[in-house]
Design a protein around this ligand. Structure first.
Ligand code: 5GP
Length: 205
């Protein structure tokens, strides 16, 4: 990865639950319809309005464990009592065809993607304050008290890994945070290492 200008970017977006990642990626889809979004598999139950095959591939524990056994995931984790995993096939097909792919996954998975695809870009989204984080996790209203506490604890753990990320985006204003991600992608595409081939084609190298 990295050298070939025709290859797509792999952009991984992480951040504790309640950072507004979901809203941010939704807006990004509207602003940049060419970006492909990796759809994860999960054993979590669908929330209101979530659709199988669009938000996630919703699986039973048994189905998910079979997918692990069959090596269908590039990475998978156990997160707050559920399985989540990124299917491998979609990524390889997309980058070979020059598409940009966006992943919205937690930190452990993000680091595995970076290990496997060193040219991938890790973007960490944070809420504007701790108070706002708590308000958003509670305000979602779709999770019970036990799960809310687990998600708060996990949020603090995830923040400790922020140094592993290439970029930090503060989600105080959704529209600006979304534009930050777009600018990161634009700048990454101009990196020298990604453009060497282009120079060669122009007979400038
Ligand atoms: P939620 O239940 O709120 O949809 O997701 C919980 C967490 O799991 C979020 O941080 C989300 O980004 C992460 N997640 C979703 N899909 C995947 C995946 O395929 N792999 C990993 N490692 N994390 C995921």
């Amino acid at each position: 990865m990295g050298k070939n200008v025709n290859r797509g970017l792999l952009v991984v977006i992480s951040g504790p639950s309640g950072t507004g990642k979901g809203a941010l990626t939704k807006l990004l889809k509207q602003k940049k319809p060419h970006i492909r979004f990796s759809i994860s598999a999960t054993t979590r139950k669908p929330r209101d309005g979530e659709i199988n095959g669009i938000n996630y591939f919703f699986k039973s524990e048994k189905e998910f464990e079979k997918m692990i056994k069959d090596n269908e995931f590039v990475e998978w984790v156990r997160y707050c009592e559920n399985y989540y995993g990124t299917p491998e096939k979609f990524i390889s097909d997309s980058i070979e065809n020059g598409h940009d792919v966006l992943f919205e996954i937690e930190v452990e998975g993000a680091l595995k993607i970076k290990e496997r695809f060193p040219g991938s870009i890790l973007v960490f989204i944070v809420p504007p304050s701790h108070k706002e984080l708590a308000r958003r996790i509670k305000g979602r209203g779709t999770e019970d008290k036990n799960i809310i506490e687990k998600r708060m604890l996990r949020a603090v753990e995830e923040l400790e890994l922020v140094d592993e990320y290439d970029y930090l985006v503060i989600n105080d204003k959704l529209d600006r945070a979304c534009d930050d991600v777009i600018h990161i992608m634009e700048a990454e595409k101009l990196k020298t290492a990604r453009n060497k081939e282009r120079l060669e084609k122009m007979h400038l190298l």
